[in-house]
Design a protein around this ligand. Structure first.
Ligand code: KG4
Ligand code: ZN
Length: 361
């Protein structure tokens, strides 16, 4: 067994400035510190993330966030084995802030740099707290992504399905906004749905029952937003519950198909279904996917709330896993606004071109 690896991780790809220190010993990770400075209040007036505001805010916050993480971990910089940072995909101005800070530290301290794909961070996030051996099937659902991947190990991904239009989190956010809920909409919509009866509305469930493992949420987004526009106030919880149920069902239907594909490849050894990303924080979604896993003979695992949404602990862990197998990066590594986990699938089966969601996928 190699000695312990202690990694400082940085995350700045969207609207959280985050730093964390993770130590991995004998294959077991321990989060020594995880600091997240959220910019939600700065973006809230605009109903979404404004890239220029995000980039400036990351610049202002990053030094303090790093100092706080190191203080909390109770470590000097000399105790670190390496520095990891999100190098994409994401809002490029923000990604450059975290990556540059990591490069500066790596250079000054003479430490290896690990340029981490943000999606890889989400992919390994479950391993911060759960026993989740490779290979596993991953449903990655966040504000910018909705993908099904077979994860064979760090850096080894096969994409089974992805969204052909919006990400599930984006649908949550847009519909929530149409319902007059504050940004970010996912958690607010979940709270509203608690007192609702989803059966009162019938909403589209795109691609359910169809071939393949791809997703589509734009029809649901349009239909629900139209309904939200002129709705009696007592019906709002019902619409919120119907939206949540429709998204959960779409995710479950596509995941069931991916399980068949994944199972044909990995069999019993791969029967673990992991759900990660911001939308995995949703209780109803998680419940639906957990019962699907049990029906299909898969174990189920999801990170705790704090590691579902963007954080730097997952980036530090991905960095540690990379360093352990000798995957380090040069200081010339450039930030990447787009960076698919499975580059072959993205090249051979592209699903969408430019535009907002394209920027992160
Ligand atoms: O992973 P994340 O923090 O950032 C991205 O990489 O996109 O995910 C944020 C997304 C947002 O769309 C947010 O509305 C959604 O996750 N989200 C939720 C919940 N908590 C966060 N969606 C539904 N229910 C929730 N409880
Ligand atoms: Zn994320």
């Amino acid at each position: 067994m190699p000695g312990p690896l202690t990694i400082l991780g940085l995350e700045t790809s969207c609207d959280e400035t985050a730093a964390a220190v993770v130590r991995v010993q004998d294959g077991r990770p321990q989060v020594l510190a995880s600091v997240v400075a959220s910019q939600v209040a700065e973006h809230a007036p605009y109903g979404g993330v404004v890239p220029e505001i995000a980039a400036r805010s990351h610049v202002e916050a990053i030094d303090q966030v790093i100092v706080r993480a190191m203080d909390k971990a109770g470590l000097s910089y000399g105790a670190l084995s390496g520095v990891a940072a999100t190098a994409g995909p994401g809002l490029i101005g923000g990604v450059m802030v975290g990556l540059s800070a990591a490069k500066g530290l790596a250079l000054a301290l003479g430490l290896p740099l690990m340029a981490v794909n943000h999606l890889e961070g989400h992919a390994v996030s479950v391993r911060l707290t759960e026993n989740a051996p490779y290979p596993f099937l991953l449903l990655l659902v966040s504000g910018g992504h909705c993908q099904l991947l077979s994860v064979a190990g760090v850096g080894r991904y096969q994409r089974l399905g992805t969204t052909i239009d919006d990400a599930a989190g984006e649908a949550f956010d847009k519909i929530a906004s149409a319902l007059g809920l504050p940004y970010p909409g996912g958690p607010a919509l979940e709270a509203l749905a608690r007192s609702g009866d989803g059966a009162r509305f019938s909403l589209p469930r795109a691609l359910v029952g169809r071939e393949g493992c791809d997703f589509s949420f734009s029809g649901l987004k349009t239909a629900a937003s139209r309904l939200a526009a002129d709705l009696e106030s007592e019906a709002r919880p019902h619409l919120a519950a119907a939206v949540q149920a429709a998204i959960a069902e779409q995710l479950a239907d596509r995941s069931a198909r991916a399980m068949t594909v994944h199972d044909a490849r990995y069999g019993q050894a791969g029967r673990l279904f992991v759900v990660a990303g911001g939308v995995a924080a949703n209780g109803a979604v998680k419940l639906r996917l957990k019962s699907l896993a049990l029906e299909r003979g898969f174990e189920f695992a999801a990170p705790p709330l704090a590691y579902c949404t963007d954080n730097a602990a997952m980036i530090a862990l991905a960095g540690a896993e990379r360093l352990a197998v000798g995957l380090t990066d040069p200081l010339t590594f450039a930030a990447r606004p787009r960076w698919p986990l499975d580059e072959t699938a993205a090249r051979e089966r592209p699903v969408h071109g430019g535009g907002r969601k394209g920027a992160k996928a």
